[in-house]
Every structure is written in structure tokens, then in C-alpha cells.
Write a protein that binds this ligand. Structure first.
Ligand code: SAM
Length: 269
């Protein structure tokens, strides 16, 4: 389908674009580098998005991971009273809901747009999104919506690609998108400074700057490609992924990896 998620304004086509992409995508849930990513996501949620005792409302934006990648909700749902998940792609939402239901995981899923969240003001204690808002023309629209649905004092993690990834990831991804190898097209990316400015302009206070993991793009890409094409060779990448896992223990490296993950708070009144 000829659709550019960063310039096309047709939201019906946007939903079908992601459904089609999801339908053709070979899941990378068990690629070695996905485990590193997953561990990083869990670390962030445990460190920043939990109350001492199980309670609160949690919203996860995009349900891609629940179908194809790092099924975060499978592991963290028990930490909250109520868990919600939203994605624009109806078939993907149906698949994620089926998977969660089969595992008896009580998540309230919805089809919706991150730029117009179908939830009341001041509703959630926590919002988590990693690798979603860079796929829309103006991510600030989603940031404003996340701010609106958070309770005062509530926290969000809003993960986006790092424009200054040390190995040139954002340039390579643009080339891959423009030559048709990256089928979901171009995506936006940020540096810490411009990201903080946008988040603060929405009213957020940035309380931590972190990231899920430290892994140069070429290791991630080779691991991903190998896993999709020939999963039996996945252990070829094992030494490289282990080194990245060790480096990911260092907060400074994580926060300068491929995904910037600011932890933000909506000020208490
Ligand atoms: C590239 S995938 C997400 C990758 C994933 N979060 C990860 O960590 O690998 C993009 C996801 O965002 C969803 N999405 C794109 N635009 C959206 C929008 N405007 N509102 C809600 N979901 C959207 C897509 O349907 C898709 O599931």
C-alpha cells in the first residue's frame, strides 16, 4: 500500500496501512535482541511506573508488541488495578485482545488514535508508549493527549528514536525507508534537548532520561533479519547481544541508545 505515515492525513488508510504491515510481519518476539529490548522495557516500568503496592490505572499505547514483539502487558498487568491498551489498527487490536484473553490477562483494549485518546481527562496513573509517536506527522499532538488523560502527579514514559544514535541509525533508517526496505516508511527522531522542549511545552516535567537498552542499530538489524529469515541461526548473534546486554547495565549508555525514553510527570496542582 502506498501510504506515508508522516505526511498522509487519511486516518482510515492509516489504520489499514498498519493492519496490512502487521499482517505481513514475521514476529520477532523470540529474537535475541528482542529479549534485550523487553528486559529494558520491564526495567523502566518497574523503576518508574509502579506504586509500592499494586494499584492504579495503566495505559499502553500501541498493541504491536502484544502481537509481534515484546508482550509487556503479559508481565506487568498484575502491578495495576486496571490496564488499558490502544492501537489504531483494528485487526491488530483484535489479535492482541485474543492473545491476552487466551492467557486470561484482563486488559481493556480499544481501537483509537493516540492523537485523540478515547478516555476522560485525569484518568490514568501511568501511560507507557515506546516507538509509537514517531509514526505520526506531529507527535506533539499525542504528547498533549497523554498529558490530558494523566492524573495530576501521574507519570508517563514516551519512548522515541534517538536522532543522534552514535552509529547513525536515523540516517540509515531514512535510506532504508526511501529505498523500500523499511516497509513502514520514515519515522521521526529526537535529540534529548528538542524532546524535553516539546514535552515541557505540553506541561510535563521531565523527571528522568533513560532508555530500554544500548544496542547499535546494525546488531539489532542483523539479529532481526536473521531471526525472520532463518531463526535456527539466531545464536550466531549471541556474543554481540550479550555484550550489548552488559553495556546496557550502564545508565548513561542506555540513555544514549537507539530509543530515548523520557519519564515525565504531570505536575500535581
Ligand atoms: C512500528 S509499530 C510499533 C512498534 C513497537 N511499539 C515496538 O516497540 O516495537 C507502530 C504501532 O503504532 C500503531 N499506530 C500508528 N499510528 C497510530 C496512531 N495514530 N494511533 C494509535 N496507534 C498508532 C500501529 O498500528 C502499530 O501497532
Amino acid at each position: 500500500m502506498n501510504f506515508n505515515p508522516l505526511s498522509n492525513k487519511n486516518d482510515h488508510l492509516r489504520a489499514s496501512f498498519w493492519d496490512k504491515y502487521a499482517n505481513e510481519f514475521v514476529s520477532i518476539r523470540d529474537a535475541l535482541s528482542s529479549h534485550s529490548y523487553f528486559n529494558g522495557e520491564l526495567r523502566i516500568c518497574q523503576q518508574f511506573l509502579t506504586f509500592p503496592k499494586k494499584r492504579g490505572r495503566f495505559l499502553k499505547l500501541d498493541l504491536w508488541n502484544e502481537v509481534h514483539h515484546t508482550p509487556l502487558l503479559d508481565l506487568i498487568w498484575k502491578n495495576y488495578d486496571e490496564v488499558h491498551g490502544l492501537d489504531i489498527a483494528p485487526k491488530l487490536v483484535a489479535l492482541a485482545s485474543e492473545r491476552l484473553k487466551a492467557k486470561k490477562i484482563p486488559v481493556k483494549t480499544k481501537v483509537g488514535d493516540i492523537r485523540k485518546l478515547p478516555y476522560p481527562d485525569n484518568y490514568f496513573d501511568f501511560v507507557y508508549t515506546m516507538g509509537t509517536i514517531e509514526h505520526i506527522p506531529q507527535p506533539i499532538d499525542a504528547m498533549r493527549e497523554i498529558y490530558r488523560v494523566l492524573k495530576p502527579g501521574g507519570r508517563a514514559v514516551i519512548g522515541v528514536p534517538n536522532k543522534f544514535e552514535w552509529f547513525g541509525k536515523s540516517i540509515i533508517l531514512d535510506v532504508l525507508a526511501d529505498t523500500g526496505f523499511k516497509e513502514d516508511g520514515r519515522e521521526l527522531s529526537y535529540g534529548w534537548k528538542d524532546l524535553a522542549v516539546e514535552l515541557e511545552s505540553c506541561g510535563f516535567k521531565v523527571i528522568a532520561k533513560t532508555g530500554p537498552y544500548f544496542m547499535p542499530w546494525f546488531i539489532r538489524l542483523i539479529d532481526w533479519y536473521l531471526y525472520q529469515k532463518s531463526p535456527r541461526f539466531k545464536y550466531v548473534m549471541w556474543p554481540f547481544v550479550v555484550i550489548c546486554d552488559l553495556l546496557s547495565q550502564i545508565e548513561f549508555l542506555r540513555s544514549h541508545g537507539s530509543l530515548l525514553s523520557p519519564v515525565v510527570q504531570k505536575p500535581k496542582k
